[in-house]
Ligand binder design. Structure first.
Ligand code: AMP
Ligand code: GLY
Length: 436
């Protein structure tokens, strides 16, 4: 069978690699793919991004299943286009993808369905937003969180440690005429969500949903800040590992009971059945109470890379169950099998990431794929002379090990052999799990 994966990042390389490992799959098309998917003989890059043209391609090639990786095509309605043609596709519709594409929608949804999250208020008017910050933190000086409403590639959130930082963030997000963050505004104008700061440890909790049945993936933890010790600006993620020890069996049960099931049921009740991957970004406090920091309507990047290295089940078969009917599948018949080892991935990012990543640096020293180690490509492009950097996050060096420490050692050993000018990477991926 033929499969199509939409996207071209590290998550999509991992998805295509795992789908291609199924004995039932002979070709995986990746649109547009990257230098890593170009180099794998089972994968074929195609240079199509337009949704109708992708559906034409899937029809012409008799693609059995399409899997959508990133948020932008989902928020743009690619699943709706495929479904209208009767094509089998795994992902949320445009309406369901609002859980990620609009922070204002997601917060109102959580409030309506009593899903634990930070207290918040939404503003379009800068003066009211500034007054709200003064009222909330003027005296205490406590941190407060300012979020642009609209997709911003992970850059639309400021955790303000002082009122001055909060006021500055509001001015950028609401008043800056030239939209320097490139936020895709919902409702035709800039909006901000101002949130209570949550204390605790973060984890990524990702499930598959067929509209009705839910299956949780292994837990993971991402490292969002650019620099060691969680310093520097927020990024899309500089590394991840799975499982996340902070998600104890007790926390897992709470997340399913208080967050995941009410979300899936709430979407169905609101007339927008949820299909696809659903990612709850959690903050877990010292007492083990989870709260939702954000929803994503897709797999995490780089969380997918370590998660899929641990998945022993045939992902193609699982996703065929998830799409056996529209808004109703047979995921209840599936049990996922996981490698007991820890997987850990370290992102190597381009010089200048996250603001202005440099492109065109030659990448050398890439190791061969192994059963316990893979270098997933993200922002790379193939050239006759070998891959070059072509985006912010370039590679995710991912390894399995019997402990976090051993997986970490193996990943960093591999990473030290890989070179491109200006490479940036953290040296402490997995540090929280090692300290536990
Ligand atoms: P988001 O895009 O909403 O996931 O936010 C990006 C990052 O900002 C999160 O991964 C957290 O590290 C941090 N963050 C967002 N909201 C909060 C909050 N209410 N309290 C504490 N940290 C937050
Ligand atoms: N790594 C965080 C995300 O995919 O949103």
């Amino acid at each position: 069978m033929k499969v199509l994966v939409i996207g071209g990042g590290g998550r999509e390389h991992a998805l295509a690699w795992k789908l291609g490992a199924s004995p039932k799959v002979n070709t995986v098309f990746v649109a547009p793919g990257n230098g890593g998917t170009a180099a794998d003989p089972k994968l074929t890059n195609i240079a199509i991004t337009d949704h109708a043209a992708l559906a034409d391609f899937a029809q012409a090639e008799k693609v059995a299943l399409t899997v959508v990786g990133p948020e932008a095509p989902l928020a743009g309605g690619v699943v709706d286009v495929f479904r209208a043609r009767g094509l089998r596709v795994f992902g949320p519709t445009r309406a369901a993808a609002q859980l990620e594409s609009s922070k204002a929608y997601a917060k109102a949804f959580m409030q309506r369905h009593k899903i634990p999250t930070a207290a918040f208020a939404t503003f379009t008017d800068a003066a009211l937003a500034h007054a709200h910050v003064d009222a909330e933190v003027g005296a205490s000086g406590a941190p407060i969180v300012i979020k642009a409403d609209g997709l911003a590639a992970g850059k639309g959130v400021v955790v303000a440690m002082s009122p001055a930082q909060a006021h500055e963030a509001i001015d950028w997000m609401l008043d800056a005429g030239d939209n320097p963050l490139g936020v895709q505004h919902n409702a035709g104008q800039a909006r901000v969500v101002i949130e209570e700061f949550l204390e605790g440890e973060e984890a990524s909790f990702i499930v598959l949903c067929d509209g009705k049945n839910v299956l949780s993936l292994a837990t993971s933890q991402d490292h969002k800040r650019l620099l060691d010790d969680d310093q520097g600006p927020n990024t899309g993620g500089m590394g991840a590992y799975s499982p996340a020890p902070v998600v104890t069996p007790n926390v897992h049960a709470k997340v399913m009971h208080e967050i995941i099931h009410p979300t899936i049921a709430g979407m169905a009740k609101d007339g927008i059945p949820y299909t696809g991957f659903l990612y709850a970004g959690l903050m877990i406090d010292a007492s083990g109470q989870p709260r939702t920091v954000e929803f994503n309507c897709r797999l995490g990047d780089p969380e997918t890379q370590p998660i899929l290295m641990r998945l022993k089940s045939d992902l193609f078969e699982v996703l065929m169950h998830a799409t056996s009917g529209v808004n109703e599948g047979t995921l209840d018949r599936v049990e996922l099998e996981w490698d007991r080892r820890v997987a850990l991935g370290v992102v190597m990012a381009a010089s200048g990431y996250p603001l202005q990543p440099r492109r065109g640096d030659a990448i050398t020293g890439l190791p061969a794929d192994a059963d316990d180690a893979m270098v997933f490509h993200a922002g790379t492009a193939p050239t006759p002379a070998g891959p070059v950097t072509a985006g912010g996050r370039v590679l995710c060096v991912t390894a399995l090990g019997d402990s976090v420490k051993l997986a970490q050692q193996r990943a960093y050993d591999l990473l030290r052999g890989i070179h491109f000018d200006g490479a940036q990477f953290r040296r402490d991926i997995g540090h929280r799990a090692i300290k536990r």
